[in-house]
Design a protein around this ligand. Structure first.
Ligand code: RFL
Ligand code: PHB
Length: 390
């Protein structure tokens, strides 16, 4: 089989790129190792920046998001018994974020791919890129006993942090930067009314907590837990009790609890791979970089990769101009590192680090005092949270 662009990974990055290219008459295939149901069962991002929402619209997938998603003009930070609001609208020049779950957005992208007759192969086993440094790369995968070969011009590695794409680049051609945090997030999804119409990020001496939502009847909550904790250690009751302890009393008193419909632990990690291209293989999204979820940047960073790649491939196929292709890695990384900085800063601001010094505790308190007494500091937070331009 021959296509112009072979995309490894059917998460939001791969689906979005394939949809955008298809609309421009560029032929793609997506090779996804899991089933569609499995991909759609993963509960991840909840907050989308303006740029991501725009890309969904450009991909002709924004209709349900615009109907069912919620526009948020601000969020709260609970700290030291206080509840301060970050006014995104005021401090970012009228911008906002969209609250719409990754599960729903992925479903919309799959439906759009189906509608256009896009090629999406699920349960593709042993996906392997070959000859990526040559101008005739190809990818093989296994379906049952049959090995299928896909010849292409370009390979896009959109297969997440644990995918095969980054690992297929020779180790001496890339440099990896990583920080693993000494805690994770225990997340619970419940069919209950959210405790607050806007998100609440809470810093507490027992650890971080987050009150988020998917809709007015579906809540998403998180608490910081040690890496040694297992989901089985946490009954629903234990989760709700711990969450309440970390919230201001008046919020905890309003919290409506219910059975969890999903419960999982995500470790926190910062990671960047440089460069994001080797030969004819381009990395995009979590395959190239990871952030801790605190600043809600992960999927939003994938969006700028996809935007740059989409335009680079368009220029190549429509105008014979390879400037975008040659500049992709550098351009993408410039924005990625800013998202890394912001996510690291939000994580440091809000979490309890097990090995912190008393000196660092005082600095953390001072960060809040400064933040909520300075328009410039709130402007910086808002500008990063709604997403830097791309
Ligand atoms: P994904 O979603 O990991 O998709 C990669 C796909 O590739 C497939 N795959 C393979 N396919 C073929 N062959 C192989 N060898 C393969 N190996 C893997 C996988 O099955 C999968 O389907 O990467 P993608 O598309 O780059 O998307 C990235 C986002 O998923 C991620 O950045 C966000 O979820 C991060 N994130 C958040 N981002 C935000 O912008 N805002 C948020 O509010 C936000 N909240 C979060 C988050 C991530 C979280 N977790 C669980 C890490 C909250 C959490 C808790
Ligand atoms: C979520 O709703 O899952 C969510 C929201 C904001 C974050 C991280 C996760 O910063």
């Amino acid at each position: 089989m021959k296509v112009q662009v072979c995309i490894i990974g059917g998460g939001p990055s791969g689906l979005m790129l394939s949809q955008l290219l298809h609309l421009q008459g560029i032929d793609t295939i997506i090779l996804e190792k899991s089933s569609r149901d499995y991909v759609l069962s993963r509960i991840r991002a909840g907050v989308l920046e303006h740029g991501f929402a725009e890309l969904m619209r450009e991909a002709q997938c924004g209709e349900r998001m615009d109907r069912e998603g919620e526009i948020h003009h601000g969020f709260y930070i609970a700290h030291d018994g206080k509840l301060d609001r970050v006014d995104l609208h005021k401090y970012s020049g009228g911008n906002s974020v969209m609250v719409y779950g990754q599960t729903e957005l992925t479903r919309d992208l799959y439906e759009a791919r189906d509608k256009l007759g896009g090629k999406v192969v699920h349960n593709a086993a042993d996906v392997t890129p070959h000859d990526i440094a040559s101008d005739k790369p190809y990818v093989t995968y296994r379906s049952g006993d049959e090995v299928i070969r896909v010849d292409c011009d370009y390979i896009i590695g959109a297969d997440g942090f644990h995918g095969v794409s980054r690992k297929s680049i020779p180790q001496d051609k890339i440099k990896e930067y990583e920080r693993v945090y000494p805690f994770g997030w225990l997340g619970v999804l419940s069919r209950t009314k959210p405790v607050s119409p806007e998100l609440i990020y809470a810093k507490h001496e027992r650890g971080f907590a987050l009150c988020s939502l998917r809709s007015q009847v579906l809540s998403r909550y998180y608490v910081q837990v040690p890496l040694t904790d297992k989901v089985e250690d946490w009954s629903d009751d234990a989760f709700w009790e711990e969450l309440k302890r970390r919230l201001p009393e008046e919020i905890a008193a309003k919290l409506i609890t219910g059975p969890s419909i999903e419960k999982s632990i995500a470790p926190l990690r910062s990671f960047v791979c440089e460069p994001m291209r080797y030969g004819r293989l381009f990395l995009a999204g979590d395959a190239a970089h990871i952030v801790p979820p605190t600043g809600a940047r992960g999927l939003n960073s994938a969006a700028s990769d996809i935007y740059y790649l989409y335009h680079a491939l368009l220029d190549h196929y429509k105008k014979g101009d390879d400037t975008g292709i040659d500049g992709y890695s550098q351009r993408a990384l410039a924005r990625i590192w800013k998202a890394q900085r912001f996510s690291w800063w939000m994580t440091t601001l809000l979490h309890r680090f097990p090995d912190r010094l008393p000196y660092e505790d005082r600095l953390q308190d001072t960060e809040f005092e400064y933040l909520f007494s300075s328009d410039a500091a709130q402007r910086s937070l808002a500008e990063n949270y709604v997403g830097l331009p791309f």
